[in-house]
Design a protein around this ligand. Structure first.
Ligand code: SF4
Length: 366
């Protein structure tokens, strides 16, 4: 059974009711057991968990220390094209937005990669919009190969492809996939993606397992926070991660918590996700999935990133910009505005001051 069948057996409305009706006794029960089950996860994400947040934070901190120590892996994104045929309502690269479009040549990818590598970072995340006639699989594969000459780990955050497509990118040097479902609410998903190939909910939902079958080393998933009720999104994200872990135990799994940021197009999310909500989500998921990596990006402010550091974070982006060629060309519009503009050096110093070790490289193939 794939995750699709698992997902199809659930009803989003019932799931939310289940979370919202959890009692304080169920929260206490979840905290008293060593291994948190699905029932416990629902309780930890519920409104009844509010009086338990301090105890949950302590448990999340202890689990994080036990599994990851005080190490934070640093990486940065590289945007190689902002052309996109999709109409995602919440994204600045939406084909309907009148923005400056840019598509890097391989020579420009090389210049950009060299500039980023001077920061000392060894992990990079390649991003491109979905424009397969321009950002072709060949172009993406060649960009991955090129980045592999500068970085020991090349992640991809690109449009979903089939299993053979992932195998090809892995051969080129990609070792991790980041792919956000955006929302696990299928009817809302259809509304937010009115046109373009991304409209296919299940093709996206099943992409992480296709990549895992192609033997990718690591996968990071998540929902875009603000599109739907955060408790339900967190619940499905956690179950998706647990399913992937159970099915592909050799894959290094990660979760990210991207929250909506201002962008071209002016889409207003229906759901406000507060800092306290993100904290509850992160610590609940850390208790449910003690060994899963957690990423907090520069979408969040420096003070908030500093504050949540001990609660479960294992990876952070630094020196980020969301426009194409931002490190050398200064052209093209960004996907969204970032909140934490600290350079790699500033980020590393901040981590050191807090007793954490910034890690530039934790993996290499060659
Ligand atoms: S979220 Fe991705 S697919 Fe959607 S418009 Fe933006 S770049 Fe394109």
């Amino acid at each position: 059974m794939g995750f699709r069948e698992f997902w199809e057996q659930t009803c989003p409305l019932e799931t939310l009711k289940r979370i919202e009706s959890a009692t304080a006794a169920q929260v206490a029960q979840a905290l008293s057991t060593r291994f948190c089950n699905e029932e416990g996860l629902a309780a930890l994400l519920s409104p009844s968990a509010t009086p338990f947040l301090e105890a949950m934070a302590q448990r999340a901190h202890d689990e994080t220390l036990r599994h990851f120590g005080r190490q934070i892996l640093l990486f940065t994104p590289i945007y190689i094209s902002n052309h996109c045929v999709n109409q995602c309502a919440y994204c600045g690269f939406n084909v309907s937005n009148r923005i400056e479009r840019r598509h890097l040549s391989l020579a420009e990818v090389d210049i950009e990669a060299r500039a980023i590598s001077k920061t000392g970072l060894k992990h990079i995340l390649l991003l491109t919009g979905e424009a397969p006639s321009l950002s072709t699989p060949d172009y993406i594969g060649d960009s991955i190969s090129l980045l592999s000459t500068y970085f020991t780990s090349v992640g991809i955050e690109i449009y979903p492809v089939d299993e053979k497509g992932y195998a090809r990118f892995i051969d080129a040097g990609a070792d991790t996939l980041t792919l956000y479902q955006e929302t696990y609410n299928k009817s809302l998903y259809k509304t937010l993606h009115p046109a373009g190939p991304k409209r296919n909910f299940f093709y996206r939902l099943e992409a992480p397992e296709r990549a895992a079958r192609a033997r990718i080393r690591g996968i990071t998933i998540g929902g875009l926070l603000g599109l739907d009720n955060w408790r339900r999104e967190a619940f499905y994200t956690a179950l998706h991660a647990r399913w992937l872990l159970d099915t592909f135990p050799d894959v290094e799994l990660g979760i990210s918590f991207p929250r909506m940021r201002p962008h071209a197009g002016g889409f207003k999310p229906d759901f406000d996700v507060t800092d306290a909500d993100i904290v509850q989500m992160m610590i609940a998921l850390r208790i449910f999935l003690p060994q899963v990596g957690m990423t907090v990006s520069t979408r969040e402010s420096p003070s908030f990133r500093n504050h949540i550091l001990p609660l479960g974070v294992t990876r952070m982006s630094a020196g980020s910009c969301t426009s194409v060629g931002s490190h050398t060309l200064n052209e093209g519009s960004g996907q969204f505005e970032i909140s934490d503009g600290r350079s790699v050096v500033e980020m590393a110093e901040s981590l050191n001051r807090r007793g954490y070790q910034p890690v530039y490289q934790d993996w290499r193939r060659h």
